[in-house]
Design a protein around this ligand. Structure first.
Ligand code: SF4
Ligand code: SF4
Length: 424
């Protein structure tokens, strides 16, 4: 039995459930939240502000959507999601301008907001300061209020265990819609308390939300790049609501995950694209595992959104309390090495059990366009001219012109289904 350094007590998963205690072995203790150098975070935010990859990597996004659309069911899921989700996103965008519908009493409304969120089905709710250092450049002027209510909605267990699959893609997008609609309800509720509220849609991000979730004590960043929440790990969808309501802040928590991921490594070992790093690096002032996007997106695009890193995570499957208790008692990672946790099927390639990974040719990764659409048009022209010995033909110029016009004609909107890169 390992020595327990501290215990974390969290509210039960659903409203009315008993609290859950997570034992954190002493050898896994690091810092509350995540190791962070504020001066570096500040510097990167100022000198290299973040922008959504829906814009900066637009060429590969469009490429991925074209590939996904060759799969009939995936095309229908995407079409349906876009149709049903667009009104929710548009409604969220208007919330910041809506006035309160009652007079505020001046009392702290933290607990009533949290109770409302739990009543609406969110499994995690916490509050912290909105951190402008993570706002995308294209959203800089949009965020109005100082406090961030961080909200996580559970994605159903059964379909998630079938990842990568059509069923998992259906539940992935429907969870976003359910929480998007519930977020609008919370905004209305806060307005009824006499305050203003702005819904940051889970599909129209103002930035990566995970840093604020960690600050609000709702989980830790896992090696997979997702937020690992106490009850369901990465098997949830997250959003925030900013407000000027009179609220109190939560604190970051050391769940032991920062060190546990170094021991576990199941997602790193099982990633079909070899896109996850074994070791952490310092990135923009934070010590974390950095996902290798160019190895992830080609797999996501071709294999039903992939998501193997979510499926194989023991915290997703068994919850943090069970996994940490098992580790404290045995020194072992629960489920590691079993088919139940680590096995997955890839459409057209077969089943891969523990220790087995699919093999892809180099071209599988290299054929993905990079950068935004306009840059990619230019790179394409350069590469064709180089292949032709430096000569630029009229046909090449015409193709470049068409690609450039396509890029310039695209909306700068970052609206769309949240994807892996939104978490990193
Ligand atoms: S989604 Fe990306 S990082 Fe996760 S397992 Fe698939 S390829 Fe790897
Ligand atoms: S699978 Fe293991 S290493 Fe990966 S995020 Fe989950 S706990 Fe961390």
């Amino acid at each position: 039995m390992l020595k327990i350094g501290h215990e974390v007590v969290r509210p039960g998963m659903y409203a009315g459930d008993e609290p859950v205690t997570i034992p954190v072995p002493e050898e896994l203790e690091t810092v509350p939240g995540i190791p962070l150098e504020h001066r570096e975070v500040d510097w990167y935010a100022r000198e290299y502000p973040l922008e959504t990859m829906n814009i900066t990597e637009r060429a590969s996004r469009d490429w991925a959507n074209t590939i996904r659309d060759t799969h009939v069911e995936m095309r229908e899921i995407r079409k349906e999601h876009d149709n049903l989700n667009r009104p929710l996103i548009m409604a969220a965008r208007l919330t910041g301008d809506q006035e309160p519908t009652a007079d505020a009493t001046g009392e702290d409304v933290t607990e009533v907001i949290k109770a409302k969120a739990r009543e609406l089905g969110y499994i995690e709710v916490g509050i912290t300061a909105y951190d402008h250092r993570y706002t995308y450049q294209s959203k800089k002027d949009w965020v109005l209020f100082p406090h961030a209510i961080c909200l996580a909605y559970e994605q159903d267990f059964e379909p998630t265990q079938t990842i990568p699959s059509v069923d998992a893609e259906i539940v992935h997008s429907s969870t976003y819609r359910t929480e998007g609609a519930a977020g609008l309800e919370i905004a209305k509720f806060i307005q009824g308390l006499g305050y203003r509220a702005q819904v940051h849609s889970p599909n129209d991000n103002t930035g990566p939300y995970i840093p604020m979730f960690v600050e609000a004590g709702l989980g830790s960043l896992g090696a997979c790049g997702y937020l690992l929440t106490p009850h369901v790990g990465s098997r949830c969808r997250i959003m925030i609501i900013t407000t000027d309501a009179n609220v109190s802040y939560d604190k970051p928590v050391d769940y032991g995950i920062h060190a546990f991921c170094q021991v576990c490594q199941v997602c790193v070992n099982r990633c079909p694209g070899r896109a996850l790093m074994r070791d952490k690096v310092w990135w923009r002032g934070i010590e974390k595992h950095k996902l290798y996007f160019k190895r992830c997106r080609p797999v996501m695009a071709r294999y039903l959104g992939c998501g193997v890193c979510m499926k194989v995570c023991p915290i997703q499957k068994y919850g943090m309390a069970t996994v940490m208790t098992h580790y404290a008692e045995t020194g072992q990672v629960l489920g590691k090495g079993t088919h139940d946790l680590e096995g997955y099927e890839i459409e057209g390639k077969g089943y891969f059990g523990p220790g087995e990974l699919p093999v892809f040719e180099r071209e599988f990764f290299n054929s993905m366009p990079t950068g935004d659409t306009e840059n990619w048009a230019f790179e394409n022209l350069k590469s064709k001219a180089a292949q032709a010995g430096g000569a630029v033909s009229d046909d090449m110029l015409q193709e470049f012109k068409e690609n450039l016009e396509l890029g310039l004609g695209q909306s700068r909107d970052n609206l769309g289904m949240m994807e892996m890169e939104d978490y990193i």
